[in-house]
Design a protein around this ligand. Structure first.
Ligand code: GLA
Length: 693
């Protein structure tokens, strides 16, 4: 028996291999004592054999092998040069061990196929990163390669993964474990609104704030496949990898993307904060990490394609006076782009709209103390464009394919395509003082193709090398490309095209299962929401945006005096608090009322917090139920203040204490009894600040 273990203060992972075989994860959960005998752990993990079974149970290894009688889905599906199936049987070669890292090398000598699994555990973020690599002596065809396979817990009744749609990202889908498998496969070639590559497996009784949970995220932007399978013997396996058959060429080496995994003994929030911290502190590479996230102004919902210099200047002046610090010029500045039917790829300033180029607008924006950002959709081309007319073969997919938003994707695997787009974008970035790109990707691919995603990554990497100070926002009709793969080369996500504060409240709440505040864009939209038709008060819109990386997207000329005043006030609150909030953990609260969506953003040292309690609907009962807080020090005293108590409506006639004064109470009381808030109107937000005394 060979054994290996990886530890952080939150979890232990033990791998064990019988003789030369691939190892299994024989333990993953709460930390084990240092002296634990791993041989016994491995033998203690093995299940019995009874009637109707083979004489020995096939291993649920990190890459279950079809050839070893494994009764479930294999971790690898491969064909040789001549297309005959390859069924490797891997044998141990060597293990490279370092502190918190493990790399295991295996090979099938007869077939000349190698397999390497790497594991790393982060002692601060509590994320385990696992990746698989396959090598062959000659080009082979890959159908499926799972990142190292983890077991699913058996004391769990259900699993939670993600669905969604345009303007409705990060919806959760809960599925009961049962015999067979939950299979998710995204064949759109893009991470997608519908397929965020994440999975949460809560153990029985777990909630946001208590119990045990496991969570996974696959860091790849080209579409993933997930298998959560229960075998007839009761064991469960979880596999993540690229969508199947998306490697179109035979090759001698393939890699999975990193699979990020975490165990928590302190509720689903333990997994969520592990992902939030890992993304913020390890994955995202800010050009200047000490620069506070600037308040954005984005002109999309104000002017769409109708760019008029005096109007944009006026808007910029007003945005700056409201508190904006970065002005982002959205779609419509290039080619002949008067609507979404033309010009993608013609990345040259439209002289009809900007006769003197972008300089005058950029100078004006800078004069208002704001930096300047600009929109591109680099991987796309309209058949109605100069570039397409000259190079129709640059487009990916068949001539007669169905278009998406009247556009095709460029074939990003072609170096000449990447070079052309690089040159056009570089010219704009070199000729102007621009510190930000909103990088869009508004359609799915005609077919899944890993080379396309690698081409996109290569283009972003090349631009970042030459323009290291430029930050990039990942947008794809809103939240269609959000994953740790794209976020290792970008700095913000446009979470959704929905600026409806009510929708946004829910989307943000669920996205916080993986995303920290600092990368999550959130804008105050128009009074009359363009994507839902709803009308929300400025205060609700502003507070929802202030929960994440705040910005504005309405036409500021529509604001009346009160709206301006509220927006200024909330923006200044945001600026005052962003330094600590952008390093805080977002803790989702277990709201006792389904109409209330609530979270606690807490400084990592526990010294302060802010609670946002959003009334997403009307409650069944008359008065608000007490809202219990979490992760406080039971013994310590906290001062709690209802920040926006002045906005209680006339229908709140009583005297709940927070309406009139700040309170000083113990962490124990806040966690066991909770805060009694004034009656809210639907679509309003209570904001509470807490300070440990
Ligand atoms: C996408 C984005 C929007 C906007 C438009 C511009 O839909 O999600 O925010 O940039 O493209 O065409």
């Amino acid at each position: 028996m060979q054994t290996w273990r990886l530890d952080s203060t939150r979890q232990t992972l033990v791998l064990a291999a019988r003789r030369e075989r691939l190892p299994e994860v024989v333990y993953w959960g709460a930390p084990l004592p240092a002296g634990e005998d791993l041989d016994t752990i491995a033998r203690g993990h093995a299940i019995d054999v009874t009637g109707g079974m083979l004489d020995e149970n096939p291993d649920l290894s990190i890459c279950p092998e079809a050839v070893r009688s494994f009764p479930g889905q294999p971790g690898l599906i491969l064909r040789d040069e001549d297309s005959s199936p390859l069924l490797p049987k891997f044998c141990f070669e060597k293990a490279d061990e370092a502190e918190s890292e493990l790399e295991l090398h295996y090979a099938d000598a007869a077939l000349k196929i190698g397999y390497v699994a790497s594991f790393a555990i982060d002692s601060e973020t509590h994320i385990i990163t696992a990746q698989a690599r396959l090598t062959a002596s000659r080009p082979v065809h890959l159908h499926w390669l799972a990142a190292p396979v983890f077991p699913g817990p058996q004391n769990s009744g259900e699993m939670i993964d993600f669905t969604g749609r345009w303007c409705g990202e990060f919806k959760t889908a809960t599925t009961a474990w049962s015999a067979g498998m939950r299979f998710r496969e995204n064949r759109t070639g893009r991470t997608g609104h519908e397929h965020f590559p994440g999975l949460i497996v809560p153990c029985t009784g777990a909630t946001n704030t208590q119990g045990e949970a496991y969570a996974f995220h696959y860091g790849w932007s080209g579409g993933h496949k997930m298998i959560a399978e229960e075998l007839p013997d009761g064991r469960r396996q979880i596999q993540f990898g690229h969508a199947a058959r998306m490697e179109t060429e035979a090759a001698t080496e393939f890699r999975s993307s990193p699979l990020y995994a975490s165990y928590s003994g302190v509720g689903i929030n333990g997994c969520a904060t592990a992902f939030q911290r890992h993304l913020r502190d390890r994955i995202v590479q800010f050009p200047n990490p000490d620069r506070p996230r600037p308040v954005h102004y984005n002109c999309w919902e104000a002017v769409y394609f109708d760019h008029n210099l005096p109007v944009l200047k006026d808007i910029a002046t007003r945005a700056a006076s409201l508190g904006a610090e970065r002005f982002v010029l959205d779609d419509g500045w290039f080619g002949q782009r008067d609507d979404d039917t033309t010009s993608l790829s013609d990345w040259e300033v439209d002289p009809r709209k900007y006769p003197d180029g972008l300089g005058p607008l950029i100078d004006h924006v800078h004069g208002q103390g704001m930096s300047f950002g600009i929109w591109f959709e680099p991987e796309m081309i309209n058949p109605e464009s100069d570039v397409y007319r000259k190079n129709p073969h640059w487009a990916l997919g068949a001539e007669d394919q169905i278009l998406g938003r009247q556009q095709k994707a460029l074939n990003m695997a072609l170096p000449e395509v990447r070079e052309f787009i690089f040159d056009r974008m570089a010219k704009i970035l070199r000729d102007h003082e621009i510190d930000y790109i909103k990088w869009d990707h508004n359609r799915v691919l005609p077919m899944p193709d890993a080379a396309q995603t690698r081409g996109s990554y290569a283009l972003i990497d090349a631009l970042r090398e030459v323009f290291p100070a430029v930050e990039i926002e990942s947008c794809a009709s809103g939240g269609g490309r959000i994953d740790f793969g794209i976020l290792s080369r970008t700095h913000r996500v446009w979470l959704s095209d929905s600026n409806d504060a009510l929708e946004r409240l829910r989307i943000q709440h669920n996205a916080a299962l993986f995303l920290p505040t600092v990368v999550t864009g959130s804008h105050v939209g128009p009074r009359h929401c363009h994507t839902s038709g709803r009308v929300h008060d400025i205060s609700f819109r502003a507070w929802v945006a202030a929960q994440r990386h705040m910005g504005f997207e309405m036409d500021p000329r529509e604001l009346d005096t009160r709206e301006e005043a509220v927006l200024k006030e909330v923006t200044s609150w945001f600026k005052h608090n962003r330094d600590w909030m952008h390093k805080a953990d977002i803790l989702r609260l277990d709201s006792p009322d389904p109409a209330v969506i609530a979270e606690q953003q807490q400084a990592t040292d526990g010294s302060r917090f802010v609670v946002f309690a959003g009334a997403a609907g009307t409650s069944d009962q008359i008065a608000p139920r007490p809202l219990k807080l979490t992760r406080l020090d039971a013994e310590r005293t906290y001062r709690v203040r209802l920040v926006n108590r002045a906005s209680t409506s006339g229908l709140s006639r009583g005297t709940p204490i927070l309406k009139g004064e700040d309170i000083e109470v113990s962490g124990a009381w806040l966690m066991s009894q909770g805060l009694t808030l004034p009656c809210p109107m639907p679509c309003t937000m209570w904001v509470l600040e807490g300070e440990r005394l």
